[in-house]
Design a protein around this ligand. Structure first.
Ligand code: GEK
Length: 270
């Protein structure tokens, strides 16, 4: 865990995720759909760390990508050259905090960050977390639906585990808007849970994913409770569908740079 993730966990005073640690006495169709409310906010850092294989590794690469790719293509206060970065579906700001690690070359003078989430419970907490950790930085925390946003010209966009929560029909237009807003050579980091198009591979990936959760302390009841709550809320694509959509959105170059069980991260360059 790097320093920023330590900061994140400490600052957020994360509770242990016990959201699905209770028997379901209601019929399945009455089980509450998963939503990003105060209850989820309270245990979010613990939940995401124990449920997403490779979460820490993906975040740890963000400053390294920033260092290599950011070209300070925008004009900030007093005519300074700055890079503008969007963290879309920022939750509590984990990606933003990780990005600002000392490896990034980013300073209060050369970066503007816009961290966006649709959940007011998330953005309220994210605002405190980023301001506590980076008081001198230009970080705007915005409560908005990324499907309805007008993006300002930018150099890097982080979509870490967020596109998967949009209705599939809305995904292409968000990627098109991002592509339009990015500067030439700007980058998109897209991390998603995915499914395999091969039935046998998919069954193996899902079973090993549940093993991963068991190894991280989740019970059978918690695993099945979360699976039911996420049904029709988190809708996965195959990696082929992702790459096809990135091409359709206008990205000429894109590759999968990270894969861990049924989670993958892609990098797309404008
Ligand atoms: C991290 N990126 O820690 N507009 C804006 N936000 C949305 C929308 C939308 N239409 N739909 C869902 N969200 C983070 C983790 S979590 C992943 C991202 C997870 C938000 C939602 O409110 C939630 O905060 C986030 O997307 C997904 O690096 O919980 O598995």
């Amino acid at each position: 865990m790097n320093n920023n993730q330590n900061n994140l966990t400490a600052t957020q005073n994360s509770n242990h995720d016990t959201l699905f640690d209770k028997p379901f006495t209601t019929p399945l169709d009455q089980v509450a759909r998963f939503s990003f409310d105060e209850q989820v906010v309270a245990c979010f850092p613990d939940m995401i760390r124990r449920s997403v294989p490779g979460y820490g590794q993906v975040l740890a690469m963000l400053p390294i990508f920033a260092k290599r790719h950011l070209q300070f293509g925008q004009t900030g206060e007093a005519g300074k050259r700055v890079s503008c970065v969007y963290d879309l579906g920022c939750s509590l700001g984990g990606a933003t905090l990780a990005l600002l690690n000392e490896n990034s070359g980013l300073t209060a003078d050369n970066v503007q960050i816009k961290a966006v989430d649709i959940s007011p419970a998330m953005t309220a907490k994210a605002e405190t977390v980023v301001k506590d950790n980076y008081p001198d930085y230009d970080i705007e925390v915005i409560t908005a639906d990324i499907r309805e946003m007008e993006f300002e010209p930018c150099d890097m966009v982080i979509l870490n585990l967020t596109l998967q929560f949009l209705p599939p029909d809305d995904r292409l237009s968000v990627l098109q808007n991002i592509h339009h807003a990015l500067s030439d050579d700007g980058i998109l980091i897209l991390t998603e849970k995915y499914h395999s198009g091969d039935e046998q591979d998919e069954a193996w990936l899902v079973e090993r994913y549940y093993d991963f959760k068991r190894a991280n302390g989740y019970s059978e009841m918690e695993i099945s409770g979360k699976r039911n709550a996420l049904e029709n809320v988190l809708i996965t694509d195959t990696l082929e569908e992702h790459h096809q959509r990135l091409s359709e959105a206008g990205f000429n170059r894109h590759l999968t740079w990270f894969q861990f069980l049924n989670f993958a991260s892609m990098l797309a360059v404008k």
